[in-house]
Design a protein around this ligand. Structure first.
Ligand SMILES: Cc1cc2nc3c(=O)[nH]c(=O)nc-3n(C[C@H](O)[C@H](O)[C@H](O)COP(=O)(O)OP(=O)(O)OC[C@H]3O[C@@H](n4cnc5c(N)ncnc54)[C@H](O)[C@@H]3O)c2cc1C
Ligand code: FES
Length: 264
């Protein structure tokens, strides 16, 4: 079930990196319904400019208090306006939207792979999965300032890697994953989840396919309506979904990696 909350109270707005912000709103409806991998569509400015809502993944929820947190990077007009919103103001939010990650696993070893802002939804996902599974997270980005961090109080370990070596090892997050997958059988993963830029996801998909490990990915496309009405966000299916065009906002944003046409 999705809700339109025209006056969600902003509780906190905090800068957590270079142009990266953590925003917490109060919405008991959204907090109660939200599943890891789902997103909200929110109006960033007052009035009609910008006209379109902007999608943000749900980073954390506290169901008892109704707190819902998002991490976002300022990249254009909408996110710039959003960064100026202060605690005590209200935002017009629709959500939770889309299909999230599969979370009904138990006794598995799972790997989470996040690239840049793709780390954001993996925090919520990891905190759900760790209740019944062993979780290891990997986060990668260009440099320390451009990378949101896994919070230190998480119940699962995480490893960071940056392209310029300013935090953690130097390299690509897919290289760390490849190293882990090359280890002996007990260290391998039963299930992988990834979110980040498309080229990173395509490489994770290749590695997972090679290692025969199921993988779910969260895709990002430019979105307009966010609810399946405009066809502005479609992507091509592959494998058992060959010939299909998915609406990322409604059929996803989470997909099985083998159902995505990575060559599109
Ligand atoms: C399901 C989903 C979840 C998302 N979750 C997050 C999140 O948790 N945190 C976060 O920081 N961002 C997230 N994004 C991306 C975020 O929605 C965009 O960065 C935002 O809409 C940009 O709005 P803007 O007005 O600031 O920039 P615009 O002026 O609209 O665009 C600025 C630049 O960013 C590019 N851009 C805009 N939207 C996207 C997109 N969806 N994918 C790739 N490039 C884009 C544009 O092509 C342009 O080059 C998510 C996107 C989707 C589809
Ligand atoms: S954004 Fe309109 S159909 Fe997906």
């Amino acid at each position: 079930m999705k809700y339109h909350v025209p006056d969600a109270l902003v509780l906190r707005q905090e800068r957590i990196g270079q142009n990266i912000y953590a925003l917490t709103i109060e919405s008991r409806e959204i907090a109660h319904e939200a599943q890891p991998g789902q997103f909200v569509h929110l109006r960033c400015g007052q009035g009609d400019d910008p006209l379109l809502r902007r999608p943000l993944s749900i980073n954390d929820v506290q169901r008892e208090t109704g707190y819902v947190t998002f991490w976002y990077q300022v990249v254009g007009k909408g996110t710039q306006l959003l960064s100026q919103v202060q605690a005590g103001e209200c935002l017009d939010v629709m959500g939770p939207l889309g299909h999230g990650f599969q979370t009904d696993l138990s006794g598995k070893k799972v790997g989470l792979i996040g690239g840049g802002m793709g780390i954001a939804p993996l925090i919520f996902l990891g905190s759900e999965l760790v209740k019944k599974n062993e979780v290891q997270a990997f986060g990668g980005g260009r440099s320390k300032e451009l990378l949101p961090r896994f919070p230190e109080n998480m119940d699962f370990p995480s490893e960071l890697i940056t392209e310029d070596g300013s935090s953690g090892k130097q390299g690509l997050v897919t290289e760390i994953l490849e190293e882990w997958l090359a280890q002996d059988a007990p260290e391998r993963f039963d299930f992988l989840y990834a979110c980040g830029p498309r080229p990173m996801l395509a490489e994770v998909a290749r590695l997972a396919r090679q290692a025969q490990i199921p993988l779910q990915v969260s895709l990002e496309t430019v979105m307009a309506c966010g609810v399946g009405a405009c066809l502005g966000c479609t992507c091509e299916g592959a494998g058992r979904a060959e010939g299909k065009r998915f609406k990322v906002c409604q059929d996803g944003p989470v997909f099985w990696a083998e159902e995505v046409n990575w060559d599109e």
